[in-house]
Design a protein around this ligand. Structure first.
Ligand code: GLP
Length: 240
């Protein structure tokens, strides 16, 4: 695991966006693993800026998102599908037919079908990740197996609390269930880029980076990956 520390959130997110752009410039038909959460909003804003400046193109890329809430429809503005459309997919030259967000019902739904799509696309070249305050990656909550695959899960109360802002601050409105790539699925990506910003993440980032490796903190599984880069701002890196 390598760590790059940038002075502030905007610089860290711009660094992450540049790394995604250089992946696409090296291999335009890259398969990207994408993430959601507030951290990613700044990463995608920076990517859109790069696209508008002509520094990156998405037209040959394919994407697979990490996770999605269950029990809300894809066209609900709070779904990760709608969020991705709004933040990134509708704002540049991405071919929407090549964007994938897992979902729990309808044709092609479920974990096994999603994994088959990833395999058919040739596997993920670069997986973008955020981290939950409880150390989750995707929605792999504490005690998720490091051998887990894409599946439906129950969200931890801490996660529903952390994500309540996206549901008008109403924790009870946050779905209780989600579908997420598993930890083993994530570890199969050829490269991993974990982006962490803000003082609230300082404690969990130190535990993720400095160990010990434990199923209580899903992000510690990243120690088993040969090419994992962490980009953090100084606030998030404050306890390292
Ligand atoms: C959600 C997502 C995670 C993401 C986390 C961090 O829980 N499922 O993939 O890492 O949010 O969110 P934020 O960047 O808002 O702190």
């Amino acid at each position: 695991m390598q760590i790059v520390i940038r002075p502030d959130r905007n610089t860290a997110c711009a660094t992450a966006a540049s790394l995604i752009a250089s992946q696409l410039n090296t291999k335009p038909a890259s398969v990207l693993g994408l993430a959601t959460g507030r951290t990613m909003e700044s990463v995608y804003d920076a990517l859109v800026d790069l696209h508008e400046a002509g520094a990156v193109g998405f037209s040959a890329a394919t994407s697979f998102n990490l996770d999605e809430y269950l029990a809300i429809a894809p066209d609900d503005p709070r779904s990760y599908r709608s969020t991705m459309d709004r933040l990134l997919f509708d704002r540049n030259d991405i071919d929407l037919a090549r964007t994938h967000v897992p979902h729990g019902s309808g044709p092609g739904s479920g974990g096994a079908a999603y994994e088959a799509l990833i395999r058919d696309a040739g596997g993920i070249d670069l997986q973008l990740l955020g981290i939950g305050e409880n150390g989750h990656i995707g929605f792999n909550e504490p005690l998720s197996s490091f051998a887990s695959r894409t599946r439906e899960v129950t969200l931890a109360p801490a996660t529903r609390r952390q994500n309540a802002a996206l549901f008008d601050g109403d924790e009870d409105a946050v779905p209780k269930r989600a579908i997420t790539m598993g930890i083993a699925t994530v570890l199969e990506a050829r490269r991993i880029l974990l982006v962490v910003t803000g003082r609230a993440k300082a404690g969990i980032l130190a535990r993720a980076v400095e160990g010990p490796v434990t199923a209580m903190i899903g992000a510690t599984a990243l120690h088993f990956h040969p090419d994992c880069l962490v980009v953090a701002d100084e606030d998030a890196a404050g306890n390292l």
